[in-house]
Design a protein. Structure first.
Length: 317
């Protein structure tokens, strides 16, 4: 697995829409070279090529898909190079070695692994589950994703603790679930100091109120962890849902040296609709992408990849 030397790797991944692709959610990665950003490469989550299920279509939109089918379909998208891959894989007996061969055979690269810590068994939470056994199981699931990431050559392991939080007043001990979150992620980060981790925050869904809901709360959580190898996946759509100004949150995250990945999609701010990029928030999207797509003379964070400040006169260059 690619390892960072004592800090955040700052490899950003954007998610613009590919009008020709079968998936509504595509990502872009910029390769770094010194103080300049190099050629754009595209990526997506492997789940974008799979079966979609919601509470209205419990049988799913379309048939179930195997890892082989999803990877082969991803390879058909012109310019697509990177995949974020869930762990465990499509069937229990599937190994990371098999997935690596599928990727190699189709000319694709694993950018990140995302452990399934939000499925049925985690209905009461993953890091915040009241059952000690389930909290331990969460860590084991992350360890599986770490092992897979090393075999697949991923650059980071992503946390999306969608079941951690609460649904209504008097349900949760807020400080206890906060401590469970901090301690659980800190333990894994200290256990694997050379592995890059990243938290993708979101304010709701599936939990009605998620613990790591905003950029500010996630930055605060990471600061309490006191570790160098945990950063943030900044999702444009999740920022909209949290009633943030996405460009502002992006730059604040980077200012604290915690920007690992940036993702693009769109919604109406009420739900995670994953609409085509800029289909609703055109100017906010432009404002968000400018600092990711332009090199800056000076980085706003020491030893970090440069992010161009938007002000003053961002469009004059």
């Amino acid at each position: 697995m690619a390892k960072s030397a004592g800090g955040i790797s700052h490899e950003w991944r954007l998610k613009p829409y590919s009008w020709a692709a079968i998936t509504p959610k595509i990502s872009i990665t910029k390769k770094k070279k010194g103080a300049n950003m190099g050629k754009l490469t595209y990526g997506a989550g492997i789940w974008a090529f799979g079966q979609f299920v919601d509470r209205y279509a419990g049988d799913g939109y379309g048939p179930t898909r195997t890892s082989q089918q999803m990877i082969e379909d991803a390879a058909k998208v012109p310019g697509l190079k990177h995949l974020d891959i869930n762990v465990p894989f499509d069937i229990p007996e599937r190994t990371a070695v098999e997935i690596k061969k599928m990727l190699d055979d189709n000319g694709l690269i694993c950018r990140a692994t995302t452990p399934h810590i939000y499925m049925r068994e985690y209905v009461k939470g993953s890091f915040t589950n009241p059952d000690t056994k389930l909290r331990s199981q969460t860590k084991d699931r992350v360890r599986e994703a770490i092992a897979a990431a090393e075999i697949l050559g991923a650059t980071y392991v992503k946390f999306w603790p969608g079941q951690d939080g609460f649904d209504f007043p008097l349900q949760a001990n807020y400080l206890q679930i906060w401590d469970y979150t901090i301690n659980g992620i800190r333990d894994l980060a200290n256990e694997n100091p050379k592995v890059q981790f990243a938290i993708e925050y979101k304010c709701k869904e599936p939990r009605v109120r998620m613990t790591l809901a905003t950029a500010a709360k996630t930055l605060l959580a990471i600061s309490e962890m006191k570790v160098d190898n945990v950063g943030i996946v900044m999702d444009f759509g999740h920022s909209l849902m949290a009633q943030e100004t996405p460009a502002e949150s992006l730059l604040l995250i980077h200012r604290h040296g915690k920007l690992v990945s940036a993702e693009l999609n769109d919604n109406w701010r009420g739900w995670d609709d994953d609409l085509p990029v800029a289909s609703v928030h055109l100017f906010e999207t432009i404002e968000y992408t400018l600092p990711l797509m332009r090199p800056a003379d000076n980085s706003i964070v020491p030893n970090a990849a440069p992010v161009a400040l938007l002000y003053p006169n961002p469009l004059n260059d």
